[in-house]
Design a protein around this ligand. Sequence first.
Ligand code: NAP
Ligand code: GLV
Length: 294
Amino acid sequence: MEVWPGRLPPAPVDLHAACRDADGLLCLLTDRVDAALLEAAPRLRAVSVFAVGVDNVDLAAATARGIQVGHTPGVLTETTADLAFGLLLTTARRIGESERDVRSGRWPAWSPGAYLGEEVHGATLGIVGLGRIGSAVARRAAGFGMEVIHTNRSGGLPLEQLLERSDFVSLHVPLTAETRGLIGEAELGRMKPTAVLVNTARGELVDTDALVAALRHGPIAAAGLDVTDPEPLPPDHPLLAADNVVITPHIGSASRRTRELMADMAVDNLLAALRGERMPHLANPEVADRLTGN
Ligand code: NAP
Ligand code: GLV
């Protein structure tokens, strides 16, 4: 077993070199497992991703090579939903901005018109992608007396209607060719001027330039982001200059217990495939069907 020793992810050239003779790879969402890497790793038969999202892996190329790709669904659902709801509350009630003011001595006195935000109770929450995490966010919203609407490929409202009706929009779809840039200038333009966008899925779902413009001049009120494009944001990025955005460093699943469970799951996936068995949590089941002749 070889472990990457760096604090930062390996550069592609280092990842390629490390995988040259590898049978299996346990990787992070920051590691790009593309066709070029697979080509540079002729022995590879297992890729285990320490995340539920597998957008860093070229699934089609892995499947074509018969490589099982594993991921960690379910164990991080509630933890990520907690963070999404935390961002919703933080942005709606301007907690980040007002906390910064208290800390820096910019809060002169209580005032009836200061730090007015949006009400969460009774508001409408639009969930884009009512899967595991989207449903867990919906359960939290019910406890806050919110009305929940959703859009999925398999049901719910058309996205346009959801955007027009929602006070809060929370994104929970995977990043795919279909969802990249799902929320751009036109979609932001459909949202209410008081609306809040929450993204704990993937930064690339949202057109960053359009979001910066929408936060500066309207049409939306605020955004809560656990994921951005690019990630991390450079220190001079315009999103960091906006007061009406709260940004966390991709910590959706970052509780001690959840990360332990993800680690166990990722190792179980890897070992199963190296034994020639089906990974318990497989993102490309076509490969295992081929193994078993189904
Ligand atoms: P999931 O259970 O597979 O749910 C995804 C949902 O998206 C499904 O309901 C799916 O329904 C819907 N969907 C897929 N493509 C769509 C499209 N083109 N248009 C509309 N709906 C679509 O996944 P999950 O476990 O909830 O995770 C969701 C994502 O969250 C992950 O892929 C990952 O990127 C992100 N995530 C981030 C963090 C973090 O740290 N911030 C942590 C965990 C997960 P249909 O198939 O019916 O369309
Ligand atoms: C985190 O972003 C994950 O996909 O698990």
